[in-house]
Each structure stands twice: as C-alpha cells, then as structure tokens.
Ligand binder design. Structure first.
Ligand code: CTP
Ligand code: MG
Length: 242
C-alpha cells in the first residue's frame, strides 16, 4: 500500500461520442506510479480522448478507470482533478493576472511559492519582462501571450498544485525554439517521480519516456521504448524515420 498512489489502470474501456462510433475500443493498460508514458500516433487515433476520459471530462461507456487502485467514479470530480495537473494543447487562461492564473484558486499560495513554480519551469524569464511582472493582466483585455507562453504558465500552475499525475498535450502549433526548450526543461522538472502521460510530438520528449504507446483507431497498436519500437520496423518506425 502507498506504492500505487499515482497508479492508473484502464480496464476494458470503451468510449464513443454522440455519433456512437466507437473511438476507444477495449483499452487495457496499467501505468505505474512514477512512470512516463508517451502517446503517439496519427490524427484521430484517440489520444486526446484518453486524456479527456482520465480527467473525467467524459466517462467510459464500458469498462473502468482506476486511480490509485480506486474506481474513479467513486471519487469526487474535485478529488480527481486535484490529483491531476494538466496542460492542454491550446491552454486556456482566464482574465486576471499572471499570478492569479498560476495560483488558480490556491488562495494559500504565497508569492514565493508562485515565483518558485514559475522559475522551475522557466516561465519566470518572460514574466519578469512585463511592465507589471506577475501582476500583468492576461486573458480578455490583457497582454497577448503565445501558445508556448500559455503552456509555460500552465506548467507553473501544474507544479504549484503538486499533483500525483501530470498530463501534457504538447502544442502542435509553432512555438519558438527558446520557448520550446523552456517547455522541455519545465516538463522534465515536473515529470520527476510523478506519473506522467505526454501526448508527444517532439522526438526529444518521446525518447525519454519509459514507454511509448502508438494509438491507432482507439487501440494500442504498438508499445515499447524508442529502441524496441524502432527495431519492430512497424508504425512507430514509419512515424519517426521518414
Ligand atoms: N471525436 C468526436 N467528437 C469529439 C472529439 C473527437 O467524434 N468531440 C472523434 C474524432 O473525430 C476522431 C476520434 O474521436 O475520430 C478521436 O479523436 P481524438 O481523441 O481527438 O484523436 P487524437 O488522437 O487526439 O488526434 P490528434 O492527433 O489530431 O490530436
Ligand atoms: Mg489530440
């Protein structure tokens, strides 16, 4: 007991959206506490759907999800979402200051904690350059931020919340190389000793994952580490040697 804290299990999970066409088909997977999983695969395969289900934005139609050994429908939505730190592909910031966006309702967070989180992920660098620093307004009527900068703020938020599980949907839109390397470093800092699921587009992230899952047509088409999957000369090989 205690060792399964951040363990995630998918048991015979099925899911479909309104049109009832099966999107996830009998997914069976156990992710160990502290493990880093990379989800890769061609568009429409079901990667984001898996993440949406894990965050309980949707629930499985059949089968179940266990977090830390418990069926997650027995846990409150708040309990689940407080255990998961998630950075979306196109992150959403609310109208308010950068400080408020990092704290995200954590009223007890001190300025010191907020800045430490921002420094750890490399967000401090660009925040300091705003006229009002952490008190700069973002969102509606505030300064314009790039997708990469929004992801950095979301990463800082994830660090501050200290979740058991970290989920990241890497941005596919263009992120400049400096911001990208900041994001990379920030992710590495968060992933330390935490169960992590990364929907990965960058080979640098994928290579460092403990396990890579190729998701095709709502199923696990291939699974293994980078070297193993290359040796297979299958779907992964085709994705990353072109
Ligand atoms: N889908 C749907 N209704 C939604 C979201 C998705 O019908 N609200 C469908 C998509 O059309 C697709 C399938 O569900 O056929 C899986 O979508 P998704 O999980 O978003 O696929 P990803 O693997 O995340 O695709 P991408 O790489 O493009 O992000
Ligand atoms: Mg997606």
């Amino acid at each position: 007991p205690g060792t399964i804290r951040g363990e995630i299990q998918f048991e015979h999970m099925y899911f479909w959206y309104e049109d009832e066409l099966p999107v996830i088909k009998d997914l069976n997977l156990t992710i160990q506490h502290g493990e880093t999983i990379a989800l890769v695969g061609s568009t429409g395969g079901g990667k984001t759907t898996i993440v949406n289900l894990l965050c309980r934005f949707y629930e499985p139609k059949r089968g179940r999800i266990l977090i830390g050994g418990h069926d997650y429908t027995d846990l409150s939505l708040q309990a689940i979402q407080s255990r998961i730190g998630v950075v979306l592909q196109t992150p959403h910031l609310f109208s308010g200051t950068i400080r408020e966006n990092i704290a995200y309702g954590r009223l007890k967070a001190s300025q010191q904690d907020i800045e430490a989180a921002a420094k750890l992920v490399g967000a401090d660098h660009f925040i300091q350059r705003f006229e009002h620093g952490y008190d700069e307004q973002v969102g509606e009527g505030g300064v314009l931020l790039s997708v990469g900068q929004k992801q950095l703020i979301s990463l800082a938020r994830a660090v501050l919340s200290n979740p058991e599980i970290f989920i990241m949907d890497e941005a596919t839109s263009s992120v400049d190389t400096l911001t990208e390397s900041m994001i990379q470093k920030g992710m590495e800092a968060i992933m330390q000793d935490r169960t992590s699921i990364i929907i990965a587009h960058r080979l640098s992230t994928i290579k460092t994952a403990h396990r890579i899952l190729v998701i095709e047509d709502g199923q696990i088409a291939e699974m293994g580490n980078h070297a193993e999957l290359l040796k297979l000369k299958g779907k992964y090989y085709n994705l990353y040697t072109r």
